[in-house]
Structure formats: C-alpha cells, structure tokens
Ligand binder design. Sequence first.
Ligand code: P6P
Length: 333
Amino acid sequence: MKGYSITTLNEFIIRRQANIPYAKGELSRLLHHIGIAAKVVNKKVNKAGLVDVLGEAGNINVQGESQQKLDVFADMQFTAALSDSGECCGIASEENQEIITFDDDLSKDGKYIVCMDPLDGSSNIDVNVSIGTIFSIYRRISPRGDKAQLIDFLQEGNKQIAAGYIIYGSSTMLVYTTGQGVNGFTLDPSIGEFCLSHPNIKTPETGSIYSLNEGNYLKFPEGVKKYVNYCKEEDKSTKRPYSLRYIGSLVADFHRNLLKGGIFIYPETASSPKGKLRLIYECNPIAWIAEQAGGKASDGKNRILDIKPETLHQRTPFYTGAHGMVEKVESFI
Ligand code: P6P
C-alpha cells in the first residue's frame, strides 16, 4: 500500500530554498525555529483550560491590555526560539514597548529582524476561541555585527522577506509566504510535524462573508456604514445579503475568509481614529499574505504594504480579503 506521502514544513522550506539563488539557509533556519516555537506554544494552548495559564498575569502590556499568562508564555517562547536561531538580531513584539536586541555575537551578525504578535486575541483564551501568532521577517538595514536599531523595524511592509501566522484552532496550522505564493501546513500531533495541507492558497475574487464589529456601527465613517448596509441589501446577482461572521480574533477571522472568500474590516472610529490593529506586526504580515493569495489590503485608501511606519505600535484602519470586496468598500469610502 502506498505510504501516506507528506511534505513536512522543513522539507518544504529546504526545497523552496533551493529555488532562491544565494540562499544560504539563514531564512530556512529562522523559519524552522519559528515552527518549533509554534509547536511548544500549541501544546500549552491546547491544555490552557487545565494548566494554570488562564487568568491574567497581572501585568499590563504596552496596549494597556491586561496580559494573560498564555501570551506572556508565547512571547517568551518565540523570543527564545528567535534568539537561539542565530539568524535574528532583534525583535519587535506587541508585548514589549521597545525593540528587543539579541546582543550575543552570533545573533548580532544575524541578517534578519522579526516583528511579531506572539498571541493575538489572547482575551479569547478563556473561552476556547481560536487564537493566533502573527510574524513578519525583514532583512536588517543597520550593519551586521552592530546591535539592531529601531530603523530596522520601521520598514514598509513591501520590504518583508517572509510573513505568516499560526492559528491554534480545531487544528493548528502555520500559513506563510516568502513572496512565492501562500502555503498552509497542518500540525500532525501524532508525528509532531507541520505537514503541507493547503498548497498554493488562492483566495476567491469575491465572497459572501463580511467580518467587522457591528457594535461600533454608530462610530463608523459614513462610507463603512454604507458598505454595511450594502452587504445587508437583497440582491440575488451578488448573493446578498451576505453573512456576517465575526470571531473577534484577527487570525481566525482572516483565515476563514482567506479560504472561503470574504472581507475583514477594522475601520477607524470616533474613539480610535487610527483603528485598533497595529501596522507592523498585525496588518503588514496579514496584508502580504492576502496579496500573495490574490486578495487586497488597504487602510481604506492606501495599500497597507506601502505605508511608511513612524512608530513601533502605530495602528491603522484595516480592510483586507477578497480583491473585489475590498475594492467595493473602497468605492464607498
Ligand atoms: P474588537 C483581539 O483583541 C484583536 O486585537 C484582534 O485579534 C481582533 O480582530 C480585534 O482585536 C477585535 O477587536 O474591538 O472587535 O473586540
């Protein structure tokens, strides 16, 4: 009987590296370490209800949100894995106000920096909703051998070398791109490997799912209100009314729309004039994946990946998903 032929994440990374001239394995090693940290975090997330990681760690993170123990754990695991890789000279994390530089000689010589949200949607942990890790990799600008600098982290999203997310849901998946399309790997716990399950993901040109927090409707800009009403109008030709699907966990909402076709919107509101989501470690990586899968990502007017970051934790309005649906909401704005 023919064996169950699987392509593990590591085999895939090495195979893809062979296609990149001058690739000497640094990025492959970095991605490999991210995969390891994902497995360690997954183990903890899966037992979150049992092991004493629930409840608030008592600290308040830079966003003024109470830090749940699991996101502190996830931050530590990814930070350790990236530091151990020897390929990364520093990181920016949602959980830390300032960048973290790795000052050992090996890491200081690293070519890359990583921006990450180690566990997005952590307020969903206690109620067993899917949560996710989001990461974005850049080549450093500052000289190798020096400590990483802030300028390394304030590059436009169009300079990303790799971007991805891990979704800890009914199964655990790692989805990433290095600019040659989007591929999804599902963790097989019986062998402890991420296995290629969704090769070359392409998101539908349009869809019938819209995702946004309608509780903020009265604070939305007029164009967004018009689009929400458009989604609710009867029109057989465009399969409206659409279905509202909103989990309140960016990775889970985005991943469902990526596969089924839909749009995710977190607009600016009166109380959050720049929106809620952060540009460098939430919107840029998700935006690149959306584009690589044939979709679109904007702030309502400008391509997300062309926005020049000014500060580490800056926020942006975020419209992403099916190309046709993003264009439609932009026409209302
Ligand atoms: P709201 C989770 O806290 C998060 O950062 C994203 O994962 C999610 O998309 C968004 O906030 C949900 O925000 O205001 O709708 O609860």
